[in-house]
Design a protein around this ligand. Structure first.
Ligand code: MLT
Length: 399
C-alpha cells in the first residue's frame, strides 16, 4: 500500500474556507427560506467587466478559425499580456520591471503555494500570524517542520503589522494590503522590510493581490516601488480581486532577473529560471481566451470598469466597518483593502461569534482564529458582496 505524505497530519484536516462553505450549507439546510449574507470568503459578486467579456468572445472566435487557433499557451504567458502588465502595472508607476520578468498563471493562490517547490529543505521561513492560510499550509505540505517556521505576530498594539525579526530568516511572506486584517504597509514600513532583506539575504514573497484597493497615497501598490526591492523580492498579483476573475482564473508572478538563491553545494541559481522550469514541468499555461480577457483590463474601458468595481466593494467595506464601530466593536481595515477586521463582543471567541452571526442572523464572516492564533477574538468580513447585503446587515444588527 502506498504511503501518504505525512505532512497532511501537520495541517488542519479541512481548508478554512472549505469548513466555512460546509457550515453555510448546513445553515442553509437548517433554514432553507433565509438567504445567507455571504461575507466570508473573499469572492467577488459583480460580473466580469464588459471589456474583458468582449475580448474573450473575440478570442473564442479566434480559437475556431484555423489561422488564429492556439494550442498550448507559452508556459510563461503570452507576450501581449506580459507586455501590457509591464507597461501598465509597473513602468507607468516608475517600477523597473520588464515583460520577461512576468510569469502568467491561473491564480495567486496556486502561485504562492507552488513557489514552495523552489525552496531548499534547510530554509527558515517567517510567516505572519494571522495569515492567509495557503502560505502556511503549503509550507507545511512542502515538508517544513514547525521548528523552521517563525511566526510574526500581527496584533492590534502593533497596528497589525508583522514585526521585523531580530534573527535572520531565509524567506518571509508579506501580504499588503493585508488579508485578513485589511491593513496596509506604508512606504517607510515596506522599505524597512526591503532593507532587512538586503542586509540578511532574505527572499521576500510579496502578495499584492489586493493592490487595486489602495487609496492612501503613501501606501505602495507594488514592492518594486521601493528602491532595491528587485534584488530581494518576488511579487504575486491577481486579476481576481480587481477584475472579478475568481471564477475565470488568471494571475501573474514577477521574478526579477538577477534574483538568486543559494545552492547547498555552493554558487547561486536564478529564481526566474527555476520558476519557469517548475511551471514548464507542472503547468501548461493559462488559456489563450482568459489571457485575452485579462489583457483587456488594461484598456481605458477595462480600467474604468475595474475602478467601478473597487468603488462598490470599498463602499461596502466602509459601511461594514462603520456599522460594527457604531455597535461599540473595534473594527479595522476597509480603507486600503476590502477586508474589515472586527473585534468579537465579550463572551465570544472567534468561532463562537461566527456561529452566532450565522445562526442568529444568517451572516457568514470568517473567524479570525482560522487565520492563526493571533486572530483569536477577531472576525473578518469582506466587502465583496452586494450593497443590498450591507443594507440587510444594517437592518439586522444596526441600532
Ligand atoms: C479569502 O477569502 O481570503 C480569499 O478569497 C482567498 C483567496 O483569494 O484564495
Amino acid at each position: 500500500m502506498a504511503f501518504a505524505n505525512p505532512s497532511f497530519l501537520e495541517i488542519p484536516e479541512s481548508y478554512l474556507f472549505a469548513t466555512i462553505a460546509k457550515k453555510i450549507a448546513e445553515e442553509r439546510a437548517r433554514v432553507p427560506d433565509r438567504a445567507i449574507i455571504r461575507m466570508g470568503i473573499g469572492d467577488v459578486t459583480i460580473p466580469l467587466p464588459k471589456a474583458c467579456l468582449d475580448a474573450m468572445h473575440a478570442a473564442v472566435d479566434e480559437m475556431g478559425r484555423a489561422e488564429t487557433f492556439q494550442g498550448y499557451p507559452p508556459y510563461e504567458g503570452y507576450a501581449f499580456l506580459r507586455e501590457a502588465i509591464a507597461a501598465n502595472d509597473y513602468r507607468a508607476r516608475g517600477c523597473d520591471i520588464a515583460a520577461d520578468e512576468i510569469y502568467v498563471s491561473d491564480g495567486a493562490k496556486s502561485d504562492t503555494a507552488n513557489f514552495t517547490d523552489l525552496y531548499g529543505p534547510e530554509n527558515v521561513i517567517a510567516i505572519s500570524d494571522p495569515v492567509y492560510p495557503v502560505y502556511l499550509d503549503s509550507v507545511r505540505l512542502a515538508g517544513f517542520k514547525a521548528s523552521q517556521i517563525r511566526f510574526l505576530p500581527c496584533t492590534e498594539a502593533g497596528g497589525f503589522l508583522p514585526e521585523i525579526p531580530k534573527e535572520t530568516v531565509d524567506i518571509v511572506y508579506l501580504c499588503s494590503p493585508n488579508n485578513p486584517t485589511g491593513t496596509a504597509m506604508n512606504r517607510a514600513q515596506l522599505a524597512a522590510w526591503v532593507e532587512y532583506a538586503r542586509n540578511h539575504g532574505t527572499l521576500i514573497l510579496f502578495d499584492a493581490a489586493y493592490e487595486a484597493y489602495v487609496s492612501t497615497p503613501d501606501v505602495p501598490r507594488s514592492i518594486y516601488e521601493i528602491p532595491g526591492a528587485r534584488e530581494v523580492a518576488v511579487e504575486f498579483r491577481s486579476f481576481s480581486k480587481n477584475a472579478g476573475f475568481t471564477g475565470t482564473r488568471c494571475s501573474y508572478t514577477v521574478v526579477p532577473k538577477g534574483l538568486t538563491a543559494r545552492m547547498k553545494g555552493g554558487g547561486t541559481v536564478d529564481l526566474g529560471k527555476l520558476w519557469l522550469r517548475r511551471q514548464a514541468t507542472k503547468f501548461n499555461g493559462a488559456p489563450y481566451i482568459i489571457q485575452r480577457g485579462a489583457a483587456a483590463v488594461y484598456t481605458p474601458e477595462g480600467q474604468r470598469e475595474v475602478k467601478e468595481r473597487v468603488a462598490v466593494y470599498m463602499g461596502n467595506a466602509g459601511r461594514i466597518r462603520a456599522l460594527f464601530q457604531s455597535l461599540g466593536q473595534k473594527a479595522f481595515g476597509g480603507v486600503d483593502a476590502p477586508y474589515v477586521w472586527v473585534r468579537v463582543p465579550d463572551g465570544f471567541d472567534s468561532w463562537g461569534y461566527f456561529d452566532h452571526m450565522l445562526r442568529t442572523h444568517g451572516v457568514a464572516g470568517t473567524p479570525g482564529s482560522g487565520f492563526g492564533p493571533c486572530g483569536e477574538g477577531w472576525i473578518r468580513f469582506t466587502g465583496f458582496g452586494n450593497p443590498a447585503d450591507v443594507d440587510r446587515l444594517e437592518g439586522l444588527i444596526g441600532r
